[in-house]
Design a protein around this ligand. Sequence first.
Ligand code: XBP
Ligand code: MG
Length: 254
Amino acid sequence: MLALKALIFDVDGTLADTERDGHRVAFNRAFEEAKLGWNWSVDLYGELLAVTGGKERMLHFLDLHLPQFLEEQRQAGTLDDLIKNLHIRKTYFYTQLLSEGAIPLRTGVKRLLDEAREQGFRLAIATTTTPANVTALLENTLGKESIGWFEVIAAGDIVPNKKPAADIYDYALEQMNLKAEECIAFEDSSNGIQSSLGANLKTIITQNHYTETHDFSGAVLVLDHLGEPNEACTCIAGDINGVTFVSMDTVKAL
Ligand code: XBP
Ligand code: MG
């Protein structure tokens, strides 16, 4: 068994609960600005989250709910520009929300990152979201220098196939020159764990309100969050050895 060397974190839903009050709100602001008359409710967005990637998610929405509009845009040759420009504006609105401090880190994330760094473990990010969103989240929650804590920020379109494909985790491992057995992944969704397991990574799940019904088969731990000394986490699957928050001792013992 190879010694643990690195922790690889998903972003949306794992580092922070960004989807409902962050990305979803940003999409709606972009739609309103473009006067499209679209508005993604909390429930509809939960359905659309089946597709990772904001650009892909908008296409999925049109395919499901506005097929005629989609076809008209395709026929007119304007679809690619529409999606690209909407996504640029959505990313602007999202990073603006982050700069206003709208989205905090999830419970236990900062504590575990600090402990991992103190003990010399390497850190990386493997996410479907746009790189600018990652740096904005890190900058607005942990400070600008935290961007440098992560050896690799594998994000968005850097790989051809987004989660649930394993591409983004394979890319992170390759960039770090590490074997999957030397790392552990932190995820929040079924798309995410399919990706991390696809890269043969041991995976800890911290579920959220959008993903609590997802299938997390294969996870070494399924938790409601990473916990704090004064805020016990709940272990939904796996064995956390009776502790009430995830420390590096917990991670190393998995
Ligand atoms: C979550 C995603 C992203 C975000 C939206 O990524 O699927 O697409 O929902 O961000 P992960 P973009 O859980 O892998 O962090 O609009 O920039 O794609
Ligand atoms: Mg996620």
